[in-house]
Design a protein around this ligand. Structure first.
Ligand code: WT7
Length: 657
């Protein structure tokens, strides 16, 4: 595989450059040096040991990696650290307490600037209050909150006390919250009374109450529900005495000094549930030292970070791994100044993000391609109405970025010069894995380019042979990495089966994505090859949506696929067979079915289209042929139908479409 860092800009047929070398001014002062690749290549473990020592360890580690119990890794063996102290206290101790950690922007327009000293005060108070509840290291805390400062404070207080947090996206339903609370046996749930969405307060605690249930049905593990008053919209907020407490009456009055304890490098830091190929979400487990090392190191190098002058903005929600790694742990461990914005990009209007960039002089902006495509739809006159000259580096994450969106991003937001880092990684990888290093690696519209220093990934065929340039195959990670998941919560078998069985003989991790090398050897991620869909950068399994649909009394069977979508990357298309007794009431029924999915999972899982069909295409062994449904949904000629039991089903489906 030849180098993907070539400095040449090749013209394609229509004279649009297919590669962009690092801008010389950028390259000259880049944080990452070209030598990092060689250094890591020569001694990968020494490279990570060096990166780990960018952190503050209370006890140094004795071994970098223990892989004897593969695929269960131990990184930085014997080391002890406190993750929250690394994100907060360390910067205050270094004399940077007055530096703004978070410029918080609320959706209705209220703002807060929170310095590292402020953060230390608030995290200490929360830690003291959590301790007073009797929580001890190892107990789990569920966090079901919108993007308010208290969410970050809660996460850091958990880290400070060694309480693994399980953040559940506040857009998820009560049912989704309940299954996560039960699986993790969370003792504390932290939430808000409500959240602002498109200018309106919407209830949130209501969902917690319905999730946790009462009497015989109550979630057994939960002792307390801590509520931040955010919207104050409901004077009659339901309150369970003895269980529910207000943040402003408890945390806010707790002592603001707290002495932290150092935890083992492998102490569990958090669980984050993500969709797999079956209906039941997996509790991905991350631990302390290795995770923080990689997210801190990649934040520093990939975002070319300068703590004195940069203003970073990651547009992700804390409910996803991007929010964990590059909104909480990566930036704060580096003493960064960052934006946290509570709301949607078009509230009160489409100028919102650009106003924020202009006002705070944002330098580094990290969002998903879906949002870029949405901006494109809104039109360039919106960003053009603002001074975006502070932007010097742009990032993309969550799904493949189409070259057209990439070029628009660079031209319209990046003034035709800002490098774009297209970062491929996953909930399971914890931190970035494949991405250009700005100032070092050339970039190509649509390509994540190559594995970062210290990461070993390749594209292989069914027989585990690396594919040639111009070919595609499976994206595998063939050496352990510091931020790798340490397992699936209480399900070691599923962990081994899901990630390590496809290339068991080689001992490789299979990520679930297909990828290809281009003729320069640059890596292009093609997307999931399993039954996982990617909707606006959110991961949703086909079977989760199918089970929500069959939960509707009228549905006998459902098949769901992700079909190409201009804006959201993929859109959910469902095919349902009704029960004999169900009357097809047309649009009313379709709406009911969509609402059912919304309620069972989340509005983000709501199908774009639902077709009532008489039959589903199945193989002789009874497997639904999703590939063919995808062909139908995307309006293509059908692929191979020879294994179908009854090839005529498609005529019936097409008639319906
Ligand atoms: C899946 C992981 C990475 C954090 C957010 C999503 C897709 C992610 C890229 C990218 C192409 C990407 C993959 C991956 N994906 N980043 N830069 N280019 N595809 O985390 O929910 O765990 O989803 O997102 O398919 O497997 P996640």
């Amino acid at each position: 595989m030849s180098s993907a860092t070539g400095q040449s800009t090749q013209g394609s047929q229509d004279d649009v450059p297919s590669a962009y070398p690092p801008p010389p001014e950028f390259a000259e002062n880049a944080v990452a040096k070209a030598g990092l690749y060689d250094e890591a290549e020569q001694d990968r473990l020494a490279y990570w040991a060096k990166e780990a020592r960018r952190l503050q360890w209370d006890t140094d580690f004795t071994d970098t990696l223990d892989w004897t119990d593969a695929p269960f890794a131990k990184w930085f063996v014997g080391g002890k650290l406190n993750v929250a102290a690394n994100c907060v206290d360390r910067h205050v101790d270094a004399g940077n307490g007055d530096r703004v950690a978070i410029h918080w922007v609320g959706e209705p327009g209220d703002t807060r600037d929170i310095t590292y000293s402020d953060l230390l005060t608030e995290v200490s108070q929360a830690a003291n209050y959590f301790t007073s509840l009797g929580l001890v290291a190892g107990d789990r805390v569920a966090v079901y909150m919108p993007m308010v400062p208290e969410a970050i404070v809660t996460i850091l207080a958990c880290a400070r006390l060694g309480l693994p947090h399980s953040v559940v996206f506040a857009g998820f339903s009560a049912g989704a919250l309940r299954s996560r609370v039960d699986d993790a046996e969370a003792k504390l749930v932290v939430t808000t009374d409500g959240q602002f969405r498109r200018g309106q307060p919407a209830p949130l605690k209501e969902a917690v109450d319905s999730a946790l249930g009462t009497g015989d049905d109550a979630a057994k593990s939960v002792e307390k529900v801590l509520v931040v008053r955010r919207t104050g919209h409901d004077p009659d907020l339901n309150w369970v005495d003895g269980r529910d407490v207000w943040w402003h009456e408890t945390v806010a009055n707790a002592s603001d000094t707290h002495a932290y304890e150092a935890f083992d490098a492998e102490h569990p830091l958090f669980l984050l549930y993500t969709s797999g190929t079956t209906g039941k979400p997996k509790g991905i487990l991350h631990t302390s030292g290795g995770y923080l090392t990689q997210v801190s190191s990649t934040f520093h190098n990939v975002f070319d970070h300068r703590p004195e002058s940069d203003v970073f903005w990651c547009g992700a929600d804390i409910g996803w791994v991007t929010g964990h790694s590059y909104l909480v742990y990566g930036p704060l461990s580096n003493g960064a100044t960052e934006i946290i914005y509570e709301g949607t990009p078009n509230s009160p209007n489409e100028h919102r993000h650009f106003e924020i960039i202009e006002k705070y002089r944002v330098t580094t902006y990290y969002i998903a391609p879906t949002l870029i495509r949405t901006f494109m739809k809104w039109g360039r006159e919106i960003p053009d109405a603002h001074d975006l000259s502070s932007l010097r580096l742009l990032g993309s994450v969550g799904e493949p970025i189409n070259p057209e969106a990439w070029r628009w991003y660079r031209e319209v937001l990046g003034a035709n010069s800002a490098p774009i880092v297209d970062t491929w990684w996953q909930t399971e990888t914890g931190g970035m894995m494949v991405s250009p290093l700005p100032g070092v690696t050339a970039t190509k519209p649509g390509s994540a380019m190559k594995p970062l220093p210290g990461i070993s990934a390749k594209i292989v065929d069914d027989d585990a042979n690396e594919v040639a340039q111009g070919e595609q195959g499976y994206l595998v990670i063939d050496k352990p990495w510091p931020a790798m998941l340490r397992g699936i919560w209480r399900d070691n078998d599923r962990y081994k089966e899901t990630y390590w069985s496809r290339f068991a003989a080689q001992g490789w991790y299979f990520a679930g994505d297909g990828a290809r090398y281009d003729s320069d050897g640059a890596l292009w991620v093609l997307g999931r090859i399993d039954d996982v869909m990617n909707i606006s950068g959110h991961r949703i399994s086909t079977s989760e949506v199918e089970s929500a649909l069959v939960n509707h009394h009228g549905v006998a069977e459902a098949a769901v696929i992700g079909a190409a979508d201009e804006t959201t990357g993929q859109g959910i298309v469902a095919f349902v067979i009704l029960r004999g007794s169900t009357v097809d009431t047309g649009d009313d029924l379709i709406k009911e079915l969509k609402d059912q999915v919304s309620k069972d999972i989340s509005p983000i899982a709501k199908p774009r289209e639902i077709y009532v069909v008489p039959e589903l295409p199945k193989t002789r062994s009874g497997k639904i042929m999703r590939r063919l449904l995808k062909d139908v949904a995307e309006g293509r000629e059908l692929g191979d139908t020879s294994t179908l039991v009854d090839p005529t089903v498609f005529e019936n489906i097409r008639k319906k479409k």
